[in-house]
Ligand binder design. Structure first.
Ligand code: CMC
Length: 390
């Protein structure tokens, strides 16, 4: 319309209308469909949250049972998907496998999909929510050189994931209820976060009419970076690098040094400038899990001490840098026995429901437009081309 706003990083640009998630970063508020995240994380389970994100309302008992049944029945992947894994190197990053195999789902499930039909969109959404844990666990099993474990319909969403991760033919994994609950909570706390980089990527990809499996693969790619979902992995790697409690002050100084690119991973957030409400719940869960498992790990001592020092340091207080959700989730996942390279994969499978909810919401808009930002051009002005042979 003749006006133009230059806003790199989209600090002040609203890209859509959405009724899914509300954040007040100043007050540390996060609501899904109006419900506070701490209430959901402690009183609901992940599938209830999935239902409300997708459908707008919390389910009643009957709807919940139907939804759970529908998700459970979609957890298997086409046998042909198994073949994709053989093409990957054993040491491939599981996010590389997740990204590729999620995109490949479109070659199995997309052919007859009408993205303008709400029911068909929801069916794809259910498929993605159901199959992501299966694919995630397959990526892990492949990297371990262990056989894939098929999903089990008698287990809950988080129990089934843990079983697919840790069962081996010689011995079935015995699910510890405290660990299953912590896993479920990690899924819930990552389920959605309005227009973050990966969700915006899914919306932008979907705005052209692309199929949902390809759009979610784009979301996985965007999430992978260390400034976003890759932070949980980067945080654990940082803790390993710090190594011992006596090295913490050195790294705190590095983080404060403007000439040093090092940042404390798992600290700070674009939107939360007070505290991250997800981190508060995650912190409690973290302590619960460590106590239950009676874990004595020097890395966890480093994490707890780093948190204490950073919380009292002027620089971090002044810049409002608090531990975010990924600081504690990494510690819990490590305690559960999940390898560092799987951390972002777990974020991705949890966030899938958020991505598909936003895609579904966008596709149901009457005047849905293709996303197409503008730019400030900084290249040459027009000049004469001189052909190569001259
Ligand atoms: N360690 C040290 N200094 C930091 C950190 C940090 N983790 N985060 C921000 N700062 C400083 C930064 O140097 C800047 O200082 P100055 O004002 O002197 O230039 C100031 O704080 C503001 O930082 P910014 O990069 O302009 O803030 P942003 O809103 O663009 O970035 C962030 C937010 C999350 C990318 C950033 O805080 C960061 O890189 N954190 C570490 C990575 C991380 O933990 N990411 C996970 C975010 S939560 C999960 C998710 O939702 O994806």
């Amino acid at each position: 319309h003749g006006y133009f706003t230059f806003d790199p990083g989209f600090l002040a640009t609203g890209s859509c209308e959405s009724a899914i998630t509300f954040i007040d970063g100043g007050k540390g508020v996060l609501l899904h469909r109006g419900y506070p995240i701490d209430e959901l994380a402690t009183q609901a389970d992940y599938l209830e949250v999935c239902y409300m994100l997708l459908h707008g309302e919390a389910p009643d008992e009957e709807t919940y049972a139907e939804f759970k049944d529908a998700i459970t029945k979609h957890t298997m992947v086409h046998q042909g998907i198994h073949n994709f894994f053989n093409g990957f190197r054993r040491d491939a990053h599981p996010m590389a496998m997740l990204c590729a195999v999620t995109g490949a789902l479109s070659s199995f499930y997309h052919h007859d999909l009408d993205i303008h039909d709400s029911e068909q969109r929801l069916r794809s959404a259910y498929r993605l929510v159901a199959k992501m844990p299966t694919i995630a666990a397959m990526a892990y099993k492949y990297s371990m050189g262990q056989p894939f474990v098929y999903p089990r319909n008698d287990l809950s969403y988080s129990e089934n994931f843990l079983n697919m991760m840790f069962s081996v033919p010689a011995e079935e994994y015995q699910v510890n209820p405290i660990i299953a609950k912590a896993m479920d909570r990690i899924f819930t706390l990552h389920a959605d976060h309005e227009q973050n980089a990966s969700t915006s990527t899914v919306r932008l990809a979907g705005s052209s009419g692309a199929n949902p499996y390809a759009c979610i693969a784009a979301g996985v790619a965007s999430l992978w970076g260390p400034a976003h979902g890759g932070a949980n992995e980067a945080c654990l790697r940082m803790l390993e690098k710090i190594g011992s409690v006596d090295k913490i002050p050195e790294y705190i100084e590095k983080a404060k040094d403007k000439d040093d690119p090092f940042r404390l991973m798992g600290f700070g957030h674009r939107v939360y400038k007070n505290f991250d409400p997800r981190a508060t719940v995650m912190r409690d869960t973290c302590h619960e899990v460590l106590q239950e498992l009676d874990i004595d790990d020097p890395l966890l001592d480093v994490a707890m001490e780093l948190e204490r020092i950073a919380r009292e340091d002027e620089y971090f207080i002044e810049k409002k840098l608090y531990p975010n959700v990924d600081f504690y989730s990494g510690i819990i996942l490590k305690a559960i026995g999940i390898p560092t390279s799987m951390f972002t994969v777990i974020f991705a499978l949890s966030r899938t429901v958020g991505w598909v909810s936003h895609w579904h919401e966008m596709m149901s808009e009457e005047n849905q437009k293709i996303g197409r930002p503008r730019q400030l051009y900084t290249g040459h002005t027009q000049r004469k081309f001189s052909p190569l042979k001259k």
